[in-house]
Ligand binder design. Structure first.
Ligand code: THU
Length: 182
């Protein structure tokens, strides 16, 4: 049975009294269970990643394959995504639409949510594939979530025959809002 530890409030108050200025004001606003000050949220820095394990053509092929599962009966715009982890795993996604339209989920976020729910947490690259001459960049919502969970990863935009653009996520999302600003 969980026993509430009444002593923790006292410990936290003593810790807060040693803080000063802005840190103290932030700490006082937050409950002792608030974990936002812990370092785990930080976007992953590319410098910390040892090696990119998967070749680009293989990632593009995985995204093209995932695209064949797209549920895009309302827009007919089928998208595939492949998210590469630092350990060389590849998690794919396709867009999933529905009759309300607004509940549509992009291929990138499907891949991201699959990856997170399977325990992956360090990412190196994302490939996005659509059957268009112009590259299909991630939408604003996907940029935000990719940034928060993947950091400044490489982004590869391809169609069924060629890679069209390569960039870093920070080029697509300059001046991001993230947990550092909370
Ligand atoms: N879509 C994606 O899956 N990823 C993108 O990067 C852009 C848009 C999807 C959402 C919707 O199902 C369809 O493409 C048309 O917007």
């Amino acid at each position: 049975m969980a026993v509430f530890d009444h002593s923790r409030g006292g410990v936290e108050r003593r810790r807060q009294s040693r803080r000063s200025g802005k840190d103290r004001r932030i700490a006082e606003r937050r409950s002792e269970h608030d974990r936002r000050a812990e370092p785990g949220w930080e976007p992953v820095k590319m410098e910390n990643i040892a090696a990119v394990a998967y070749d680009e053509a293989g990632l593009v092929a995985a995204a093209i394959d995932a695209r064949t599962h797209a549920r895009a009966r309302f827009s007919s715009f089928q998208v595939g995504a492949a998210l590469e982890t630092s350990t060389g795993d590849v998690i794919t996604g396709c867009n999933v639409e529905n009759a309300t339209y607004g509940l549509t989920m992009c291929a990138e976020r499907v891949a991201l949510f699959k990856a997170l729910s399977e325990g992956h947490d360090v990412f190196t690259r994302v490939v996005v594939v659509a059957d268009t001459d112009d590259p299909t960049p991630p939408c604003g919502s996907c940029r935000q979530l990719l940034w928060e969970y993947c950091g400044d990863i490489d982004v590869v935009l391809a169609n069924l025959s060629d890679v069209k653009r390569r960039m870093r996520l920070s080029q697509l999302l300059p001046l991001p809002f993230d947990a550092r600003l909370l």
